[in-house]
Write a protein that binds this ligand. Structure first.
Ligand code: PEP
Ligand code: MN
Length: 379
C-alpha cells in the first residue's frame, strides 16, 4: 500500500524509512564494487537504513575501453560477505554466460541485464539459455532446488531487465519474452531512460510513455525507476524519483557510494547513504485509493472530446487521401517540404492560444502528418 500516514504521525526517522521501504521496493548500492571496504561500509549503512537489496556492478559495460571496467570476479566474494554479514540480497549485472554461471556459483540469486545488453537479442538469448541450463542443473531428479551455491531456487531467483539504450519497446519486450520462456518466476523491470541525440537536462531521456506502455503490456511485472542513470547528476535524483512515484512505479534503483566524488564510475550521479535517506524521506508517496466521484464525470467529458478528436482526424485523413490522389494523377512528389515546414510552424503558433506546449503540438502534428504520408504512399 502506498501511504503517507506514518510520515505524518511519526517524527522519528526510523519509522519514516520503515514506511517508505515497505511501500516501495528500493535497490541501492554503488555503480561499481571498488573494494571490500567500500562494499562492506555501504552494505552496513544501507542495511541499517532498512534497504533489503544491494546492487553493485562487477563487470562494467563502458563505452570507452579506457574507462574503469569493474574489478571483475573478486568482487563476488566481497558481495557474498556483505550478504552474509548484513542479510542483504545481492544484485549484480551479468552480460554473458560466464558472468551468470559465476554469480550462480556464489549463490547470488538476483541479476540484472543492463541496457546495452537488452538492446542485443544475441546477448539476451545467451543469458536466457544459461538460465535454462542452470535451472536444469539445479533440479536433482526433478526435485525443487532450494538454491545456494551453484543452484537456482526458482522461488527466489530474480532477473531484472533494464530497458534497452535505444527507445525501441519491442527490444525490451523481446528480452522479457526470452527470460519468461526460461521459466524464471521473478522478473523486475527497470526504466533507466534512453540515449538521445538531442541535448537535454538529463543524461538519458525518461520518455515516460514507453515505461507506461510496458506497464500496460505487462501489468503483473513490477517496474522500478533508475533516477541515477536517467538524471546523470545527483541533484536530479529526487525530482525524477518523485515523478516515478507519481506514475505509480513500484520502486527505485539508486546508485550510492560512500564518497561519490571519488567513485571510479558514474561519480556525478551517485549519492551518499545519508543523501539517499533524505531523498527517500522527502518523497510524497501516493495513495492507491478510490478516486473521488466527480472524476467519473470529468472522464466522461474527456471520452466525448476524444470521440470528436478521432472523428476529426478521420475527416482529415480523407481529405489528405484526396490530395494524395491528386498528386498521383499529376505525377507530383508526395512529400512537399515547404508545405510541411509551414504547416508545423503555423500549428505551433496556434498552440499559444490553448496553453499546450509548442513541443507537444509539434510532436502531435509530426505524428499526424507521418500517418498521412504513409497513407498517400500506399496509393
Ligand atoms: C548500471 O546500473 O550501473 C548500469 C551500467 O546501468 P545501465 O545498463 O542502465 O546503463
Ligand atoms: Mn552506473
Amino acid at each position: 500500500m502506498f501511504c503517507t500516514f506514518a510520515k505524518i504521525i511519526n517524527f522519528n526517522g526510523a519509522y519514516i524509512m520503515y514506511d517508505i521501504l515497505n511501500s516501495i521496493k528500493v535497490i541501492a548500492g554503488p555503480c561499481s564494487a571498488e573494494s571490500k571496504e567500500q562494499v562492506l561500509s555501504l552494505a552496513e549503512s544501507l542495511s541499517a537504513m532498512g534497504v533489503k537489496i544491494f546492487r553493485a556492478g562487477v563487470w562494467k559495460p563502458r563505452s570507452s575501453p579506457d574507462s574503469f571496467e569493474g574489478v571483475g570476479e573478486k568482487a563476488l566474494d566481497w558481495l557474498v560477505c556483505a550478504k552474509e554479514k548484513f542479510g542483504l540480497r545481492i544484485a549484480i549485472e551479468v552480460a554473458n554466460r560466464e558472468h551468470l554461471l559465476k554469480a550462480i556459483d556464489k549463490g547470488i540469486d538476483m541479476v540484472w541485464i543492463g541496457s546495452r545488453s537488452t538492446a542485443n537479442p544475441f546477448v539476451v538469448q545467451e543469458i536466457a539459455d544459461t538460465i535454462t541450463y542452470a535451472i536444469a542443473q539445479s533440479s536433482d531428479f526433478g526435485e525443487k532446488s532450494r538454491g545456494g551455491k551453484g543452484k537456482i531456487d526458482l522461488d527466489m531467483f530474480t532477473v531484472i531487465i533494464k530497458n534497452p539504450v535505444n527507445p525501441d519497446i519491442s527490444l525490451w519486450c523481446g528480452a522479457i519474452e526470452r527470460i519468461m520462456a526460461t521459466g524464471v518466476k521473478n522478473i523486475i523491470l527497470v526504466h533507466r531512460g534512453f540515449t538521445s541525440y538531442e541535448r537535454s537536462l538529463y543524461r538519458n531521456s525518461p520518455l515516460w510513455n514507453i515505461a507506461i506502455e510496458i506497464k500496460r503490456r505487462y501489468p503483473l511485472i513490477p517496474i522500478l525507476c533508475d533516477p541515477s542513470h536517467i538524471g546523470g547528476k545527483r541533484e536530479y535524483i529526487f525530482q525524477i524519483s518523485q515523478q516515478a512515484i507519481d506514475l505509480m512505479f513500484d520502486g527505485l534503483m539508486i546508485e550510492v557510494h560512500p564518497n561519490p566524488d571519488e567513485a571510479l564510475s558514474d561519480s556525478l550521479q551517485q549519492v551518499t547513504p545519508d543523501q539517499l535517506r533524505k531523498i527517500l524521506e522527502g518523497l510524497n508517496l501516493r495513495k492507491a485509493g478510490k478516486l473521488p466521484e466527480y472524476i467519473g464525470a470529468l472522464r466522461e467529458e474527456i471520452d466525448e472530446i476524444d470521440k470528436k478528436v478521432i472523428a476529426l482526424l478521420g475527416e482529415r485523413i480523407k481529405i489528405s487521401t484526396q490530395i494524395g490522389d491528386c498528386k498521383k494523377e499529376n505525377n507530383l512528389p508526395i512529400f512537399q517540404n515547404e508545405r510541411y515546414s509551414k504547416m508545423l510552424e503555423n500549428r505551433k503558433t496556434l498552440s499559444a492560444q490553448t496553453g499546450l506546449s509548442e513541443e507537444f503540438i509539434e510532436n502531435l502534428m509530426k505524428l499526424i502528418h507521418s500517418y498521412s504520408v504513409e497513407e498517400q504512399l500506399r496509393k
